[in-house]
Design a protein around this ligand. Structure first.
Ligand code: PLP
Length: 387
C-alpha cells in the first residue's frame, strides 16, 4: 500500500484531502512524493509562520528536545514561563493558560468567562454570545460557540448556554443581553473559516463600548488571525479593542501543537489550583518553538507583513475573474467568478497550494515568504481566476 491507500484505509474519513503527498520543504516551497515543487500559500492553515524547516525554529526545538522534551505541569519549566511573560508584555494581558489547539484555547476562554460571571454575578449569568457565521472549533462546546448551524446537525445535544447574532445587529445583541444572563461575547475580528470576512470597525467599537457598559466580557478568538498573521501581533490591536480574554493557537508555535488563552486584568485570577489543566499544555518543546516565533514578531517585522500583504493584494485586486479581495495583512480572501474549488485545483496543477474558505479562495502564506515567491504565486492565481 502507498501512503494514500494506507491513509484512506486506516484513517477516519474526516478530511477530504487533495491527492498529493507532501514529503519535504524549505521555507515557502514544498515538494511532493514525485518531486514536484509547490509555492505554499496556505502554510498548514496559518501554522508554519516562518515556513517549513525554518533554521531558527529547528534550532530552538532541537535544543529543547535535547534538554527536556516534557515535564508534567506539577513542576516548573522555563520555556512556558518565558513565553507567558513575552505574550503578556506584547499584549498587556496579565496571565496565560497553555493548551494544545485552538478549540482548547476557546474551551478555556468559555470556562474562564463562566467562572468569572458566576462569582461576580451569580450562577444564572452563564450565556456566551458569538457571531453568526463564526468558527471556534470542533469540540462539543466550541461547536456550540460556532455560529453555523450545519456544523451542529449531527452532534446534538451540544453544550447549552450559547447564542449567536448577526455582526452589526446591535439590537439583537441588546435583546440577548436583557435580563443579565450573558457572561461574555466571543468574536473573530476576521471570520476565517467563514470566508475571510473582516468585522466592520464601527460595529466592533460599538460592541466593545456596549459590553464595557454592561459589565460583560469581550473575548477575541485570534486562533487564525493571531501571531502576526494580519500584520499586527493580534488583529484586535488594529481594531483598537481591549479584550478581557484572547484565545490563540495555529501559528503560535510555528508548526507544533500549542494553544494559549490570555487572561486580562479583570479575569487574571479567575482560575485557582485544580480549576483547569492539560497534560501537554505548555510543553517545553512547543513553548521553545513558540518563543522562536514570537520573539521575531517585532514592530519592523510586522510592518513587513503589512507590506507583503499590500503587495499580494495589489497583484490580485481588479484582475480578471477576481471580484473582490478581503482580509488584512497576509490573510486574504478572493471572491472569484469561477468556483473557488476549481481555482484552487488549477493553482495546484500549476505549482501553487491555496485554500478555500466558504466560497472564497483563501491565502495564508508564511509571514516571511520572499516577495519573489509571492509574485510568482500571484501570477499563477491570476491565471487560474481568469480562465
Ligand atoms: N478558532 C478559529 C478562528 C479557527 O479558525 C479555528 C480553526 O480553524 C479554531 C478556532 C479551531 O482550532 P483547532 O483546529 O486548532 O482546534
Amino acid at each position: 500500500m502507498n501512503t494514500i491507500e494506507m491513509d484512506r484505509t486506516y484513517i477516519a474519513g474526516t478530511y477530504k484531502r487533495f491527492p498529493v503527498e507532501i514529503v519535504s520543504g524549505q521555507g515557502s516551497l514544498v515538494r511532493d512524493v514525485n518531486g514536484k515543487e509547490y509555492i505554499d500559500m496556505g502554510s498548514g492553515i496559518a501554522v508554519t509562520s516562518f515556513g517549513i524547516a525554518d533554521p531558527e525554529w529547528i534550532r530552538a526545538v532541537e535544543e529543547q528536545i535535547h534538554s527536556v522534551q516534557h515535564m508534567s505541569n506539577l513542576y516548573y519549566t522555563a520555556p512556558c514561563a518565558k513565553l507567558a511573560k513575552l505574550l503578556c508584555e506584547k499584549t498587556g494581558m496579565s496571565r496565560v493558560f497553555f493548551s494544545n489547539s485552538g478549540a482548547e484555547a476557546n474551551e478555556c476562554a468559555v470556562k474562564a468567562a463562566r467562572k468569572w460571571a458566576a462569582e461576580q454575578k451569580g450562577p444564572d449569568c452563564a450565556t456566551i454570545v458569538t457571531l453568526e457565521n463564526s468558527f471556534h472549533g470542533r469540540t462539543l462546546t466550541t461547536l456550540a460557540a460556532t455560529g453555523q448551524a450545519h456544523y451542529h446537525e449531527l452532534y446534538q445535544p451540544l453544550t447549552p448556554g450559547f447564542a449567536s447574532f448577526r455582526a452589526g445587529d446591535m439590537e439583537a445583541l441588546r435583546h440577548l443581553c436583557e435580563g443579565g444572563g450573558v457572561a461574555a461575547v466571543l468574536i473573530e475580528c476576521i471570520q476565517g473559516e467563514g470566508g475571510v470576512l473582516p468585522l466592520d470597525p464601527a460595529f466592533a467599537k460599538e460592541l466593545a463600548d456596549f459590553l464595557r457598559k454592561e459589565d460583560i466580557l469581550l473575548m477575541v478568538d485570534e486562533v487564525q488571525t493571531g501571531n502576526g498573521r494580519t500584520g499586527s501581533m493580534y488583529a484586535y490591536m488594529q481594531y483598537g479593542l481591549h479584550p478581557d480574554v484572547v484565545s490563540t493557537a495555529k501559528g503560535l508555535a510555528g508548526g507544533l501543537p500549542m494553544g494559549a488563552t490570555l487572561l486580562g486584568a479583570r479575569v487574571k485570577d479567575v482560575f485557582s489550583y485544580g480549576d483547569h489543566g492539560s497534560t501537554f499544555g505548555g510543553n517545553p518543546v512547543a513553548a521553545a518553538a513558540a518563543l522562536s516565533v514570537v520573539n521575531r514578531l517585532t514592530d519592523d517585522f510586522l510592518l513587513d507583513v503589512q507590506r507583503k500583504g499590500r503587495l499580494l493584494r495589489e497583484q490580485l485586486e481588479g484582475a480578471e475573474g477576481i471580484e473582490s479581495v478581503s482580509g488584512l495583512g497576509l490573510m486574504l480572501g478572493l471572491k472569484t467568478v469561477r468556483p473557488a474549488g476549481e481555482v484552487v485545483a488549477d493553482c495546484m496543477k500549476n505549482g501553487v497550494l491555496c485554500l478555500t474558505a466558504k466560497d472564497r479562495v483563501r491565502l495564508l502564506p508564511a509571514l516571511n515568504i520572499p516577495d519573489e515567491l509571492l509574485l510568482r504565486a500571484a501570477a499563477v492565481i491570476r491565471q487560474a481566476c481568469g480562465m
